[in-house]
Design a protein around this ligand. Structure first.
Ligand SMILES: Cc1cc2nc3c(=O)[nH]c(=O)nc-3n(C[C@H](O)[C@H](O)[C@H](O)COP(=O)(O)OP(=O)(O)OC[C@H]3O[C@@H](n4cnc5c(N)ncnc54)[C@H](O)[C@@H]3O)c2cc1C
Ligand code: SF4
Length: 448
């Protein structure tokens, strides 16, 4: 959609390239050694306890110190096969680095994320395979979904000797690593290079363009495979519930980010002059920052609670503000105004109600907008999953699983964003895939 106020090429190509450069450039060897030297190699390390995939962080940092980069990579990848992507996108400031004891002495943690990247990148670049497959089991597992959860599960199962087929609706594997994560967090096509590394283990067949509920049925997969792992993510988008929500210019943030990630030339992507983003999570920050970096003049995120309650971490909020994005809290949209295109959004101020939920105060204000992004969360697209939606037990709108990621069905496991009780992060999706693969392996070895 192009109008005078929604147009491509707001900045010169070289400026856009600079704006989308690597957010956290990699460490040089000497920087890595200095960073590694700051580690105390704590016993019962709190950083490891805070890592959702349980990476032995002091061990890999010690390996870096002693120059054993492959050993460091093995320590990371054996727990988290997407350690390369997680090093780039994990909110380390609320995970391992928040737990680092260096914070107490110097208010600065060890640079765990950057050290992790330092160890993984050479292994991915060289394609060094660290996980020889064990003897073939003769068992076949279907993995539905090619995002972090599906890929992690597939890799672990292949390593354990099983044959895996990944069915994925999108044309490329990687899930939101490929279509969602902010472009400046994963430059140089890293998502696809990591996928290629994972598949190079062997024993994994890939069928893209294969959608559960459209081209496949769960019942058929259960009949044809020894086990099934569901990792379909959240393909549905929450609606604002306002009239005129379908006006041109009111856009689903995740869809726009996917277009941005796939655009061969970002300068050709239309971007609004005045952009309003509704939401408070990582998607809201990512769409706002990327629009600003594409040349939008005025970008404001509006969130219905206090800033401290935003799903996006403090680091992400600061990134937005240093990129020139304004954040307004305690307000919710009540009306979208426009004839052919959206032109204005009316908001009501909010406050915390007696049940701690935000409630309207009755006072309103308006903001002019050429584009309004909806970024208020995603949900499972149950309507796209066919009969699977009727036979799986559901909790909180997502697939119900036990601690080992087993669903209510006999030979079906599930993980990642599509299951209840998760944190909706890349790293937790990877851990789900790993846990499910270990459970599936035990099931298959016990005659399942
Ligand atoms: C804009 C955005 C930014 C984010 N930024 C970060 C970040 O910086 N750091 C972080 O840790 N997390 C971030 N996240 C969250 C993170 O990307 C997800 O938690 C993670 O990708 C979940 O992995 P998944 O495998 O469960 O699902 P997905 O990554 O969503 O993958 C789902 C897979 O299932 C496939 N699929 C969907 N429906 C079907 C179907 N019917 N049949 C077959 N296949 C299907 C898709 O093609 C895809 O391959 C972000 C999310 C968004 C939306
Ligand atoms: S908590 Fe910090 S200092 Fe201790 S082992 Fe982990 S990274 Fe090293």
């Amino acid at each position: 959609m192009n109008t005078p106020d929604i147009a491509p090429g707001r900045l010169a190509a070289d400026e856009i390239e600079k704006n989308f450069a690597d957010l956290h450039p990699p460490l040089s060897k000497s920087q890595a050694l200095i960073a590694a030297d700051r580690c105390y190699f704590c016993f019962a390390a709190p950083c490891t306890a805070a890592c959702p995939t349980g990476i032995d962080i002091p061990r890999f940092i010690q390996s870096i110190r002693s120059g054993d980069i492959e050993g460091a990579a093995y320590a990371i990848l054996s727990e988290n096969i997407m350690g390369g992507m997680c090093a780039r996108v994990c909110p380390t400031e609320v995970l391992c680095e928040e737990a680092c004891v260096r914070n107490t002495h110097e208010e600065k943690p060890v640079d765990i994320g950057l050290l992790q990247r330092y160890a993984i990148d050479p292994v991915i670049d060289a394609g060094t395979q660290l996980f020889p497959r064990v003897e073939a089991s003769g068992k076949r597992v279907a993995v539905v979904g090619g995002g972090p959860a599906g890929l992690s599960c597939a890799h672990r199962l292949a390593w354990l000797g099983h044959e895996v087929t990944i069915f994925s609706r999108d044309g490329k594997l990687g899930g939101l690593n490929e279509y969602g994560i902010a472009a400046y967090k994963t430059v140089d096509d890293f998502a696809q290079r990591e996928v290629a590394y994972i598949l190079a283990i062997g024993g994994i067949e890939v069928r893209t363009g294969a959608g559960l509920g459209r081209d496949l049925s769960l019942a058929k997969l259960c009949r044809e495979f020894d086990a099934v792992f569901l990792a379909v993510g959240l393909a549905g988008v929450n609606r604002l519930g306002l009239e005129s929500e379908d006006l041109p210019g009111v856009i689903d943030a995740v869809r726009y980010i996917a277009e941005l990630r796939q655009a061969p030339d970002k300068a050709q992507l239309p971007v609004g002059r005045r952009v309003v983003v509704i939401g408070g999570g990582m998607t809201a920050i990512d769409v706002a920052v990327q629009c600003k970096r594409l040349g939008a003049e005025d970008v404001t995120i509006v969130y219905r609670r206090a800033r401290e309650q935003m799903g996006a971490s403090r680091f992400e909020q600061d990134l937005a503000q240093t990129s020139g994005v304004r954040i307004r809290d305690w307000a919710r949209p009540v009306r979208l105004v426009g004839k052919e295109f959206v032109t204005r959004v009316e908001f009501e101020h909010t406050r915390e109600g007696p049940d701690r939920k935000p409630e309207g105060t009755g006072e309103t204000f308006a903001m002019n907008a050429d584009v309004v992004f909806k970024a208020i969360g995603q949900e499972i697209a149950w309507n796209e999953l066919g009969a699977a939606s009727a036979i799986l037990r559901v909790a909180d709108g997502r697939i119900a699983v036990d601690a080992r990621r087993k669903t209510s069905l006999d030979n079906v496991w599930a993980g990642g964003d599509c299951v209840a009780g998760g944190k909706d992060l890349t790293v937790t999706a990877v851990q789900d895939g790993k846990l499910a693969a270990q459970a599936i392996d035990e099931y298959l070895k016990s005659g399942g």
